[in-house]
Design a protein around this ligand. Structure first.
Ligand code: 4GY
Length: 256
């Protein structure tokens, strides 16, 4: 899988490319990353990438031409490598919300995407109209640029690629994974058995796989009911809660 990023800060992409499980997978050739700096696609002495907004107002707006030239170079490079053109994704709070489902879809396409990382107040709408095929948002907050959003989205997709996580089961156990029926993950413990006077919960020490699984399920249900009741509703509506789950949730309710 290949990702491209159009960014004024190409060094930021070293974080996901070179570190941790995504870094190892990159080293193994499971995925590739190319960065394109719009400043390299300017033609004036000052290498200008922004200008003042028509209509007035604070801040600067990214020029359409350097962004468009960078995207076209990324697409041409893909084609030269025998690949198809890729979706062009703008990271913006006005985009469609990106979640685990979108990360799974992105990982499944094997095609990757070209991420446009805006800075300043925004990018010229005519660039968006001419080149951007999708707008994605990480959430209802404003970053100082799209880079951190792109990095988060790439990281979430790459770790789902076959062979990236050493333990095949660990992606399966994540919060939001279908195997957890869309519930939040249960707490984790490792050595020592007693830390700060607190012991590891007894079921985890029992060695009884069914008891451990039940305990984890109940912790997931408890945490999800407490923090994300909307996810309990979703799981129920999709028929992902068993009779045993419902009995446990009813007992929880009675305790409150
Ligand atoms: N939220 N989700 C986000 C963002 C920064 C001005 C356009 C977000 O994805 N991106 O806040 N991006 C803005 C900054 C130009 C991008």
């Amino acid at each position: 899988m290949r990702f491209d990023a159009v960014t004024l800060f190409p060094e930021m992409f070293g974080l996901v490319r070179d570190q941790g499980v995504t870094g190892r997978a990159h080293g193994q050739g499971i995925w590739a990353m190319k960065v394109w700096n719009p400043r390299d696609f300017t033609h004036d002495a000052h290498r200008t990438v922004d200008d003042r907004p028509y209509g007035g107002g604070p801040g600067m707006v990214m020029l359409a031409a350097p962004l468009e030239a960078a995207v076209d170079a990324a697409q041409a490079d893909r084609v030269a490598q025998g690949m198809a053109q890729a979706p062009v994704v703008l990271l913006s709070p006005t985009g469609q919300r990106y979640g685990q489902r979108e990360a799974e879809n992105l990982a499944a396409t094997r095609q990757g995407a070209i991420f446009i990382c805006g800075r300043y107040e925004g990018v010229d709408q005519r660039f968006i109209d001419r080149r951007v095929t999708q707008e994605w948002s990480l959430g209802d907050f404003v970053l100082s640029g799209g880079e951190i959003a792109a990095l988060a989205m790439i990281d979430a997709a790459v770790r789902l690629l076959p062979g990236v996580l050493n333990d095949d089961a660990s992606a399966v156990q994540d919060s939001f994974n279908p195997a957890l029926d869309g519930l939040l993950d249960s707490p984790h413990y490792t050595r020592p058995e007693i830390y700060g006077g607190e012991s590891v919960p007894e079921p985890l020490l029992s060695g009884h796989h069914a008891r451990i699984a039940r305990w984890r399920r109940e912790q997931s249900l408890r945490l999800t009911a407490q923090r994300r009741p909307d996810l309990i509703e979703q799981a129920r509506a999709a028929g992902r809660l068993s009779k045993e789950d419902e009995r446990f949730l009813a007992a929880l309710q009675a305790q409150q």
